[in-house]
Design a protein around this ligand. Structure first.
Ligand code: KIV
Length: 270
């Protein structure tokens, strides 16, 4: 087997270097080969095969019904469609919370399907699992702030870190996950001021979704940035299709806006 067929062209050290040099990282979700190819050819550096697929592809009201085999199926499809982007597979609800060993077994399924990294929602409860996976060769992306798998505990899809207690918890969670070996951190729906505090505490890249312009990169759910998600839009969502004549053009406009820092604009922030 030749090794270069299994290696991604964008690596975690490259993302860390982009973070250090201030070059913004463009991230989108994708779930199939055709959209993965469009992301690749239009400059997206990281694709997240998110459990958001439960909502935008499967039509559920939350991400909770998504299974490990759903994510593995879509990771394999994305992998076949692209060469350059680093692929992050979301670990779905119930596939990693029980024990580090359970998380390892299930992460192996996603890595075997073609992922280069797995993403786990949660703060200090995920520290041991993060360390366990990283020590066994599985790169981990943390996910803090609005963690959609906890929608029932959070009481809805609400901005997090609004009060000092929550904000301080987020800063501590970010620091402990980074110390445990997380290579990236997704920050979702938190005030810019909390992102700034996290930024001062950790040196790994942060990928924001409603977390302000200070993040090292930005991510949006593909269907949101193409303006095809029905219902009320979150404040951080921008429809890039509105000013583009093709899907590829909309993705290219998103990448450009992230790179030059015009997205997110103040109106997309908390
Ligand atoms: O599920 C998902 O798509 C995600 C990204 C938006 C970060 O978690």
């Amino acid at each position: 087997m030749s090794t270069h067929t299994t290696l991604t062209s964008i690596t975690l050290p490259q993302l860390a270097e982009m973070h250090r040099s201030g070059e913004k990282i463009a991230v989108l979700t994708a779930y199939d080969a055709s959209f993965a190819a469009l992301c690749d050819s239009n400059g997206v550096e990281v694709i997240i095969v998110g459990d958001s697929l439960g909502m935008v592809l499967q039509g559920h009201g939350s991400t909770l019904p998504v299974t490990l085999s759903d994510i593995a199926y879509h990771v394999a499809a994305v992998k076949r469609g692209c060469r350059r982007p680093l692929i992050i597979a979301d670990m779905p609800f119930g596939s990693f919370q029980e024990s580090p060993e359970q998380a390892f077994r299930n992460a192996v399924v996603l890595m075997s399907a073609g992922a280069h990294m797995v993403k786990l929602e949660g703060g200090n409860l995920m520290v041991e699992t993060t360390q366990f996976l990283v020590h066994r060769g599985i790169p981990v992306c943390g996910h803090l702030g609005l963690t959609p798998q906890s929608v029932n505990s959070l009481g809805g899809y609400k901005i997090q870190g609004r009060n000092e207690e929550q904000a301080q918890q987020l800063v501590e969670d970010a620091a402990t996950l980074a110390a445990a070996g997380a290579g990236l951190l997704v920050l979702e729906a938190i005030p810019n001021s909390v992102t700034s505090r996290i930024f001062k505490q950790i040196s790994i890249p942060t990928i924001g979704i409603g977390a302000g312009p200070e993040c090292s990169g930005q991510v949006l759910v593909l269907h949101d940035m193409l303006g095809i998600t029905p219902g009320k839009k979150a404040r951080f969502v921008k429809d890039f299709m509105a000013e583009s004549s093709s899907i590829g053009g909309a993705i290219a406009a998103y990448v450009k806006a992230v790179k030059e820092g015009s997205y997110p604009a103040p109106g997309h922030c908390y």
